[in-house]
Design a protein around this ligand. Structure first.
Ligand SMILES: Cc1cc2nc3c(=O)[nH]c(=O)nc-3n(C[C@H](O)[C@H](O)[C@H](O)COP(=O)(O)O)c2cc1C
Ligand code: SF4
Ligand code: SF4
Length: 274
């Protein structure tokens, strides 16, 4: 088959999942491309058998970011082929690819291509860089090639399902994994004994009240006119406001940033299965 329409659907607070989805769409090169941004509101579309859908979402804690699944609840396919993409911050994608693959399958799609791409970690800062600047040009080329490979497979073999279990795993060194797990377990234990919630901070000196953070926040945790305050019960710590603030007024000092930066410094390849 040759898809007439390509639906691109993403949840992407800091834009890396979106960037990968768009590059895959360029590689597919369908006559028509429809965009469904599920970052700030629900995506609700029904895709026909003659189309292809591309879904992209970030990995949070080794799983698909929960708000992505909430926002894509109303997508529907009819035996429609789909590309499933999870974007992770250079540590590990965990069970996210399988979860998103199962999720779209339950809604009438047939995964024909699965990918785990690397994006700059939400917690990455100048001091603690983690996959900074990714996806970069090389990543976008990978994503376009992935899109072309999916289109070629559809043209020659038709709609043939791929199993998420066939996607290669991330290769992390044993020592780095052990150090990270030791830190994460210790952190969880400390939190259990003495819970301390680390919140996004806003500098009153720097904030110009431009309102940009209100626009980029996917969960409505910041109110226009009250930008110095963040509603912690709504905040998912996606860091969209931190990275998007033109005045550098917002920060989120994740205790995981140093340990991630130190233990996962090497460039990881993007992993795909068609
Ligand atoms: C709460 C949270 C948890 C995360 N957990 C992981 C993780 O388990 N593994 C990983 O490699 N990256 C993790 N990341 C990094 C994101 O997956 C990565 O930055 C991704 O590119 C963000 O996607 P977006 O730009 O579409 O928002 C996490 C980020 C956040 C905010
Ligand atoms: S984006 Fe930054 S400067 Fe603008 S209102 Fe938000 S915190 Fe203030
Ligand atoms: S306030 Fe929280 S949820 Fe909203 S953009 Fe900032 S980090 Fe993300």
């Amino acid at each position: 088959m040759k898809p007439e329409t390509c639906h691109l659907c993403w949840f992407s607070p800091t834009g890396t999942s979106r960037s990968v989805a768009e590059a895959v769409g360029r590689g597919v090169n369908a006559p028509q491309t429809l965009l469904h941004d599920a970052t700030h509101s629900e995506a609700a579309f029904t895709a026909t058998t003659g189309s292809l859908a591309v879904f992209a979402a970030p990995v949070y804690g080794g799983h698909v970011a929960a708000p992505a699944l909430q926002r894509m609840e109303k997508i529907r396919g009819d035996g429609t082929p789909a590309v499933v993409i999870v974007v992770y911050g250079n540590r590990d994608y965990g069970s996210a690819a399988r979860e998103l693959s199962d999720y779209v399958s339950q809604r009438g799609f047939i995964p024909v291509g699965i990918g785990a791409f690397v994006g700059e970690h939400s917690y990455s800062t100048n001091r603690y860089p983690i996959a900074a600047g990714r996806p970069d040009e090389r990543d976008r080329q990978d994503a376009e090639a992935f899109g072309r490979a999916v289109a070629a497979k559809l043209a020659t073999e038709g709609v043939r399902q791929v199993d998420a279990a066939a996607l290669p795993g991330v290769r992390n060194g044993k020592l780095a994994t052990w150090r990270f797990m030791r830190f994460a377990l210790g952190y969880l234990l400390r939190q259990k004994r003495h819970p301390v919630r680390i919140e996004v901070e806003t500098s009153a000196e720097r904030c110009t009240h431009c309102g940009h953070c209100v626009k980029v926040c996917p969960t409505g945790a910041i109110t226009a006119g009250d930008e110095l305050h963040t509603d912690a019960s709504r905040c998912i710590r996606c860091c969209a406001c931190v990275k998007g603030c033109p005045a550098g007024a917002r920060s989120y000092d994740s205790p995981f940033a140093p340990v991630l930066s130190r233990n996962f410094p090497q460039r990881k390849p993007n992993l795909t299965k068609v």
